[in-house]
Design a protein around this ligand. Structure first.
Ligand code: AMP
Ligand code: MG
Length: 322
């Protein structure tokens, strides 16, 4: 084990982004944080101006030409939205904006308004023209929201950027999204040790430790953003069919994958599929592993040989499929 690590943090993308390196390279560090800032500027829908917002502002009016980077992400997000039984929907924007969960002014919307907004969330109405690299939202009021996947996409780009600085061992943490690069120089087993959070508890209160090498570990948890009204919890992952927060047996889903965009897309998709359908889907998708944490204190794992898990919470039951 060679020991020294260098950790840098900044508030970006609505969360604390931290980067841990094992060489001191301030040029690389500032390149990373500058790149994240620029990518956020293009992808955000939480400000008036961004490339994605220019598409949203032109909804029902005209196609908008965008950069290759934004076009590629939107194409992948549309494809994920059209998968069978996918509850991931990049056109969810009008509902996210209505609920404002995790932002100031959240409230339970009127049923009629939810119904009206549901008509503006059909991913088929997002028209992509690859030749001209344009995106057109066919109905006025439609809005693309990449909040579920932008961090994963950005983390993958940062990995490529670090490689340009000959950095092949690092860990990037963007809130619930962790991307590990290479093997860990600071643990005996050379694996990275990533904490699995206990739902609705302090950040350092863990259910267990995920051991991985050169993998992305992305969690979608309903405890990340929510509000409570009349004893009912309303969280930030919305069901594109009902317009209400997805209601199932899960507190969180963690996806372990090679690339972080895949993890980000599938953490939302598997949250939507739930355990039974999720596990059967995983038999077909050997390139990812999953950890479901249920409301009734079960941790259900299908590793597909991508990770090992060490349980530390004695009030949870571990059910493991390898
Ligand atoms: P994540 O934290 O990666 O699970 O993403 C949650 C964020 O994705 C929310 O805060 C919304 O911006 C957005 N979102 C909510 N519901 C959906 C959905 N069904 N499909 C795609 N994005 C969603
Ligand atoms: Mg996600």
């Amino acid at each position: 084990m060679s020991g020294t690590s260098y950790t840098y943090s900044q508030q970006l993308m609505g969360t604390t982004v931290s980067l841990k390196l094992f060489v001191e390279n301030l040029t690389a560090v500032s390149a990373v944080f500058n790149a994240i800032e620029q990518l956020e500027d293009r992808l955000t829908v939480n400000r008036y101006h961004s490339e994605v917002m220019s598409i949203n502002h032109a909804a029902g009016k005209q196609p908008v030409a965008v950069s290759k980077l934004v076009f590629d992400l939107i194409s992948q997000a549309k494809a994920a939205s059209l998968l069978p039984d996918s509850k991931f929907n990049l056109a969810i924007g009008p509902l996210v904006k209505l609920w404002k969960i995790g932002f100031n002014g959240h409230s339970i919307p009127e049923k009629d308004e939810i119904g009206r907004r549901l008509t503006l969330t059909n991913p088929h109405h997002i028209k992509l023209n690859r030749t001209n690299q344009t995106v057109y939202l066919a109905k006025a009021g439609m809005e693309i929201d990449l909040g579920a996947i932008a961090k994963g996409y950005i983390a993958d780009i940062i990995k490529l950027l670090l490689a340009q600085y000959n950095i092949f061992q690092a860990i990037i943490n963007c809130g619930g999204n962790v991307l590990t690069i290479g093997y860990s120089p600071i643990t005996a087993d050379k694996q990275w040790h990533i904490g699995l959070k206990r739902p609705f508890a302090e950040a350092n209160n863990l259910l267990g430790i995920i051991h991985v090498e050169d993998k992305s570990v992305v969690t979608s948890g309903i405890y990340e953003r929510y509000f409570i009204s009349n004893d009912q919890l309303y969280h930030h992952i919305l069901d594109p069919h009902t317009g209400y927060p997805l209601n199932n047996e899960l507190h969180s889903v963690t996806i372990i994958s090679n690339n972080s965009l895949t993890g980000d897309i599938y953490s939302t998709i598997f949250y939507g599929l739930g355990i039974r359908q999720g596990l059967s889907e995983l038999k077909k998708k050997q390139n990812i592993g999953v950890i479901f944490v249920t409301r009734d204190k079960k941790i259900i794992i299908q590793s597909n040989q991508h990770f090992t898990f060490e349980l530390t919470a004695d009030d949870y039951q571990l059910i493991s499929y390898s």
